[in-house]
Design a protein around this ligand. Structure first.
Ligand SMILES: [Mn+2]
Length: 208
């Protein structure tokens, strides 16, 4: 099965990115959220969204296919929307059985497949708004063949501040367990600070 690694680093005074994942015998699932809203509302929304997404993935008998993901997101959207004090959040959630990758997203957190110097942006058709927790979420689902690709799921704190070229170069150079931190270092300022929270999850085949 695939190997996975994840890392989150908060920008000063921030900290509303969350990741949860599951590693089963035949399936890997991940949910990544970037919460919006002050007074802890964004954090609560992000934490609730990834937790509810993992519950849904644990309950589902097999791979949740693309056609099933929108309904699942609408259910999560209503649950976060009715969670007291919760704000809103981006959400990208997906599962892979090692062959197919199926999932959906709301907002600007993304999922890419990285293979050599090629990337496929699985979330390219996503809607930036409305977010999960608004009660009007507009999820866009996706399906792709994993192939030999590395699966990269990250918040806009990564994708906004670096590009495919740097990401591909880092994926080629750095072993998977160290990759999330190395990707965060791509967007680190000279001062060592980050401009936004960065959450990174990767899954890929172990080296032959
Ligand atoms: Mn962000």
């Amino acid at each position: 099965m695939l190997h996975v690694a994840a890392y989150i680093e908060a920008a000063a005074g921030s900290g509303q990115d969350r990741i949860l994942w599951l590693e089963g015998d035949d399936l890997i699932g991940v949910a990544l959220a970037d919460g919006m809203g002050g007074m802890g509302g964004g954090t609560l929304a992000a934490e609730s969204a990834v937790q509810y997404a993992l519950e849904a993935m644990n309950e589902a008998p097999g791979l949740i296919v693309a056609s099933q993901w929108p309904e699942l997101f609408w259910r999560l959207d209503r649950r976060v929307n009715t969670t007291r004090e919760a704000g809103e959040t981006t959400l990208v959630a997906l599962e892979t059985d090692g062959r197919l990758v199926c999932g959906a997203s709301c907002g600007d957190s993304g999922a890419w497949l990285v293979a050599g110097d090629r990337v496929v942006n699985l979330t390219e058709h996503q809607m930036r708004k409305p977010l999960v927790g608004s009660g009007q979420a507009d999820p866009v689902s996706f399906t792709a063949e994993l192939g030999d690709g590395l699966l990269l799921v990250a918040s806009d704190g990564l994708f906004r501040y670096t590009g495919a070229r740097n990401i591909c170069e880092t994926v080629r150079r750095v072993p998977l367990p160290d990759l999330p931190r190395a990707l965060v270092d791509l967007v680190r300022l000279k001062s060592g600070r980050l401009q936004d929270d960065v959450a990174v999850f990767v899954a890929g085949r172990p080296p032959q």
